[in-house]
Design a protein around this ligand. Structure first.
Ligand SMILES: Nc1ncnc2c1ncn2[C@@H]1O[C@H](COP(=O)(O)OP(=O)(O)O)[C@@H](O)[C@H]1O
Ligand SMILES: [Mg+2]
Length: 578
């Protein structure tokens, strides 16, 4: 799905961050130089300490060298402090910026995108993946540089103290490094796997918790637990596989390294015994060699983690680069006067089977249009097109005579109030939920609640600032619907769409709300999809939809004369009532 990237490409993509944090990076650079320079200097100082103080017994050096020693350590650790703090600063701030950028871009994307990705997967992308990505810049690269410079410094000491011994010690290095490349490839593969399994795990949890009622009502706890255990287990398996490889690298290097040290002791020991090398030189040499081992080992481990981070970056950059398919136009939609569908065809997922197959209808301000028909006929799909959640395949959707694609999407959605069967409520006050994206005006909130026949129960629950629980868990189905209706009314839109929005209401409430809508329709366009035909009897136009086609359009009494299917529906409803 996403494009594979290598480290270089990832680093190039970070350009804006290098600019943004150049001051901090500069300080980090100084810190790195001080810290790694200090380590090499310490190794080098072993020679004068041993040779001049302990062997030659020069007293002047006794007061000079220890002082220098403390100074070197002071600089080294000051460097280490600067480096640690500023790296962390860059990392933390970058994580914040990236998270917000990724979310911003995801929110721009089409409905289609959200249908294709589970929410747990998206959460994992916005948290884990970005964490892995920021670690490239804020941990891995600085650490890599520190270790590299330290290693180079120490190896320089090694070479200065004895080029001949250095040759014997370092000859084993390539033997240790070659197998690493193979292991690292595997690590990248596993890292990718780990992130994917992790998002599977989160998705599964999300599904369980949001469907908890269903799970309990069907005693499916055991089944859900088993399904979860499967994901859980396979997650662990990949982690362990990756850990095994990771754990192998450093012991392998250490074993090979010990061979190098053994050779050095034999060759160097002979030189000290023969008097061609001073004791101080030898210990400075061997200390530098031992100390160099740690950064070299770190370098190899870091190389492994870079692979994981690159895999995560691929996904994050993929999300940052995704463009919505539906872009809309430049025209601002100030108000909607009329709406017209002309031979509109539509299919989800670019499949060949049309869900809508030549839809024609029109209505204008002051009119109520009702869409009726069997479920699965395509009524909600018509709304999806009108909201511009999806792009039509063929035909025209005209608003005030202009195609929907000419308009700026935000301005379009600003003019529409949509209520569907799916009710969306946030864990916030009634007032915040009703005003939602608009400025909160108490008077208007109360008015909208009254119009939606909801004010009474809101009052009884503690007023408009009482809290709604997540997903409206403290409300009944009908109450939730009325809050959603109040939200649409608060927006004061030109076009009000009710997609089976009154299905959970009792007859009384439904009638009251229909009356409200009837009163609102003068300056508006109303589009109703109702599950009970009696609800829409009074509509100015009723459009009978069947399998993606318009069967008939007319008022109730007209359709009763001309449309067989409509009569059938109507009769069925009467039978149920009777
Ligand atoms: N998001 C979607 N992705 C793919 N197919 C869909 C989607 N939504 C609806 N459909 C399909 O489109 C058809 C029409 O659905 P819909 O417009 O929801 O019907 P209605 O609202 O009249 O009950 C159905 O066959 C349904 O399976
Ligand atoms: Mg529907």
């Amino acid at each position: 799905m996403h494009k594979e990237m290598n480290l270089k490409e990832v680093l190039i993509r970070f350009k804006p961050f290098y600019k943004r944090y150049w001051k901090q990076f500069f300080i980090v650079g100084i810190g790195i130089l001080l810290a790694s320079g200090g380590t090499s200097a310490t190794a080098y100082m072993i020679k004068p300490i041993l040779d001049q103080i302990f062997i030659e017994k020069k007293e002047t050096m006794l007061y000079f060298v220890p002082f220098l020693f403390v100074l070197v350590y002071f600089l080294k650790n000051a460097g280490s402090y600067l480096q640690t703090y500023y790296i962390s600063y860059i990392g933390t701030d970058m994580l914040r910026v990236l998270r917000s950028k990724v979310l911003k871009n995801i929110l721009r994307l089409d409905m289609d995108f959200f249908k294709q990705h589970r929410s747990g997967e998206l959460i994992s992308r916005c948290t884990n993946d970005i964490g892995a990505l920021q670690s490239i810049v804020s941990n891995i690269i600085p650490d890599f540089l520190t270790q590299l410079i330290t290693a180079i410094g120490l190896l320089a000491v090694v070479v200065i103290q004895s080029p001949k011994l250095a040759f014997f010690a370092l000859i084993v290095l390539p033997i240790a490094i070659i197998p690493l490349f193979y292991l690292v490839k595997k690590l990248k593969l596993y890292a990718r796997n780990i992130q994917e399994k992790n998002s599977d795990l989160l998705s599964r949890l999300g599904e369980i918790f949001s469907n908890i009622e269903l799970v309990k009502a069907n005693n499916a706890q055991e089944k859900e637990r088993q399904k979860f255990d499967q994901e859980n287990e396979s997650f662990c398996k990949v982690i362990l596989k990756s850990t095994r490889i990771n754990a192998l690298t450093s012991p392998m290097m250490e074993i090979v390294g010990s061979i190098g040290v053994a050779v050095v002791i034999i060759v160097g020991g002979r030189e000290v015994i023969n008097g061609t090398m001073s004791v101080g030189s030898f210990f400075s040499f061997i200390s530098a060699l031992f100390w160099a081992y740690t950064p070299i080992k770190r370098l190899s481990a870091l190389y492994g983690s870079i692979q994981g981070a690159v895999a995560a970056s691929e996904r994050t950059f993929y999300l940052l680069d995704l463009e919505p398919q539906i872009k809309g136009g430049k025209k601002e939609l100030k108000n909607i006067e009329n709406i017209k569908f002309e031979k509109v065809e539509f299919a989800y997922d670019n499949s060949f089977k049309n869900v809508l197959d030549g839809i024609d209808f029109d209505f204008k301000k002051g009119e109520t249009l009702a869409l009726v028909g069997a479920s699965g006929g395509g009524k909600s799909s018509i709304i999806n097109l009108l909201m511009y959640f999806y792009e039509k395949k063929q035909g025209k959707i005209l608003l005030n005579g202009l195609d929907i694609s000419d308009f700026n999407i935000e301005s379009l959605r600003d003019r529409i109030g949509l209520v569907t069967q799916n009710i969306y409520l946030f864990n916030d006050s009634f007032a915040e939920n009703v005003a939602y994206s608009e400025y909160l005006d108490e008077k208007r909130v109360v008015e909208a609640l009254k119009l939606a026949n909801a004010y009474e129960f809101v009052e009884s629950m503690g007023g408009i600032y009482a809290e709604i629980k997540e997903h409206g868990k403290n409300l009944s189905g009908g109450q939730k619907q009325r809050i959603a209706i109040a939200r649409a009314l608060y927006k004061n839109p030109d076009l009000l769409i009710f997609d089976e929005a009154t299905s959970a209401l009792d007859n009384e409430s439904e009638k009251a709300i229909m009356k409200t809508i009837e009163n609102l329709k003068k300056e508006r366009l109303i589009l109703m999809i109702a599950h009970r035909l009696s609800t829409v009897e009074n509509a100015d136009k009723i459009v009978m939809i069947d399998q993606g086609k318009v069967l008939a359009i007319g008022k109730d009494e007209e359709l009763l004369k001309t449309c067989e299917l409509y009569c059938k529906f109507k009769n069925k409803e009467k039978e149920i009532k009777a």
